[in-house]
Ligand binder design. Structure first.
Ligand SMILES: [Zn+2]
Ligand SMILES: [Zn+2]
Length: 179
């Protein structure tokens, strides 16, 4: 995957990107909680010049593996990251207090600055992935997790533990009953 593009060499109608992301790069981007799976991760989209701006419009598909944060089982999933970013000519130090405003684009994820000759997609793609990567990945939406008392994986089998009621909640229940 090529991350840097010379603006002069971009076709006016835009350049189609359909590429694989390097495994090691993806693994680094995913951080400590997630790691890259065997299937390749891809990027598809287009890079379109308009006036002096350049727009990247596409999406990244990342196959990743992780340990479920509820039941601790190993699992795999796909992270689909839509990417839309406008590159405008400027320098980082022109950003005032967290945002320049170019054509109404204020969110930093949707706006990047470049030197007018070469756009570097890498930090933008990285930022989108970091923003979208789950901090508490779960194996399935309705993962029941582990029993807090006996440790049984409740997706596989239920246990006979009674729910422990926090004494503070018990007091609240009393009050509710009395009313
Ligand atoms: Zn789970
Ligand atoms: Zn239990």
């Amino acid at each position: 995957m090529e991350f840097c593009y010379s603006v002069d060499e971009l076709p006016n109608a835009g350049l189609l990107v359909d590429d694989e992301l390097e495994e090691q790069w993806v693994d680094n981007a995913l951080g400590n909680i997630l790691s890259v799976a065997d299937e390749p991760s891809t990027i598809r989209g287009e890079i379109v010049p308009s006036d002096r701006n350049v727009t990247l419009n596409g999406s990244v598909q990342i196959q990743y593996r992780f340990q479920c944060s509820r039941c601790a089982e190993d699992a795999e999933s796909v992270l689909s990251v839509p990417i839309k970013c406008t590159f405008a000519v400027g320098h980082e130090d022109e950003r005032h207090g967290g945002g320049v405003d170019v054509d109404g684009v204020t969110e930093s994820r949707h706006l990047a600055l470049y030197d007018g000759s070469t756009v570097d997609l890498e930090p933008v793609i990285l930022e989108h992935i970091v923003f979208k990567a789950p901090a508490f990945p779960i194996c399935q939406d309705d993962c029941k997790g582990l029993c807090a008392q006996c440790g049984q994986n409740l997706n596989l089998e239920s246990c006979t533990c009674q729910p422990v009621i926090d004494p503070r909640w018990a007091k609240l229940q009393d009050i509710r009953l009395r009313n």
